[in-house]
Design a protein around this ligand. Structure first.
Ligand code: AKB
Length: 339
């Protein structure tokens, strides 16, 4: 059987590395990657080809490739995007639009389906106050689509662009026999935590940073208040969600954008769990008002009922399983520590 050709942009990032490893384990894929940087050792040998450089200028390189699936992960995350808004817009929106145009062109010209998987974010939501956040609880996909950040605006707009290019571009929904399609699917991810890599430039980063620092015996100063609560997920569940959604038959999906959830914790609950696992860990608070404002605008939790019903989504790791069966065993190995 022909290998499926897959493009993973932003492949050197946290999701990218974990996704490439999992695709390679699954087998049957020719994996092409792109990123600003050369591929790290963790994925180097798994990749058929890597295109290094700024995606906005590199997309034209990909017009000669016959991709079946595109995972467009390259992005400037929320904290970084907030201090370099124009640059973020260029990376997050122009990069996505270029790639959507490529996928739309190939699907129409060669009459073949191209799947486009897009990681959106809880940053697409924006609640106006702490009271509203408490009241909102777990939000549905259609609620509070009023982001407070450049990154959130970029993600929400790219969800709309994905829907546009897959459904309306050329107004082909009016045709009786619409051509083979660009099949756009997006997941709104919560904060992600990997035992192997650390995020950079995000605002949910305090969760993974705190845990990795505690595991290494390094002091950590958390940049949000103790009562700050948002939704988090183990990296293996994030990868599982992408690969599951990739394989769901189109007719089962009534939407293009889905929430997924695993566990929602406060910063203090993270701290308590870190102290429990690593007694003596030094975790203090030193609030950064700008980053606090960003996380305060994100919901406490998300309602993932649609994903559960339509594509049988279910995380493997709730908070207890995350700590006991994934994070602690892996992190202890990684830093060569015992409890
Ligand atoms: C960020 O903090 O910017 C990301 C996200 C929640 O999308 N981790």
């Amino acid at each position: 059987m022909r290998e499926k050709q897959v493009l993973v942009t932003g492949a050197c990032g946290e999701i990218g590395q974990a996704l490439v490893q999992e695709l390679s384990k699954k087998g049957g894929y020719k994996i092409v990657t792109s990123d600003l940087y050369p591929p790290p050792d963790s994925i180097k040998s798994l990749v058929a080809e890597h295109v290094a450089g700024d995606l906005v200028y590199k997309v034209k390189t990909f017009y000669d490739y016959d991709f079946d699936i595109i995972f467009h992960l390259a992005a400037s995350l929320s904290s970084k995007a907030e201090v370099a808004t124009e640059e973020a817009h260029r990376i997050n929106v122009e990069g996505t639009m270029q790639l959507l145009m490529l996928a739309a062109y190939r699907s129409e010209k060669y009459k073949k389906e191209v799947k486009f998987l897009f990681p959106s974010s809880i940053a697409a939501y924006g609640v106006p106050s702490i009271e509203a956040k408490k009241q909102a609880g777990a939000v549905k996909e259609t609620e509070w689509n009023t982001p407070h950040t450049m990154y959130g605006c970029n993600k929400l707009y790219c969800e709309k662009l994905g829907l546009y290019y897959s459904k309306y571009f050329g107004q082909k929904h009016l045709d009786e026999n619409p051509p083979a399609m660009l099949d756009f699917r997006a997941i709104r991810f919560p904060g992600l935590i990997s035992a192997f890599t650390l995020p950079s430039g995000g605002t949910s980063d305090y969760g993974p940073e705190m845990l990795h620092a505690a595991a290494q015996g390094k002091p950590y100063s958390c940049f949000v208040r103790a009562d700050t609560k948002i939704s988090f997920m183990a990296m293996p569940d994030a990868i599982k969600s992408l690969l599951t959604l990739m394989d769901v038959p189109r007719e089962k999906l009534s939407y293009t954008v889905y929430n997924i959830a695993a566990f929602a914790l406060t910063a203090e609950e993270f701290r308590e769990r870190a102290l429990d696992a690593f007694p003596g860990a030094q975790i203090t608070y030193d609030i950064n008002p700008r980053r606090q404002g960003i996380v305060d605008s994100w919901p406490e939790d998300v309602d993932d009922a649609l994903a559960r019903v339509e594509w049988d989504w279910k995380p493997d790791y709730d908070a207890d399983h995350f700590f006991d069966d994934y994070f602690l065993p892996e992190i202890l190995k990684r830093y060569g520590k015992s409890r």
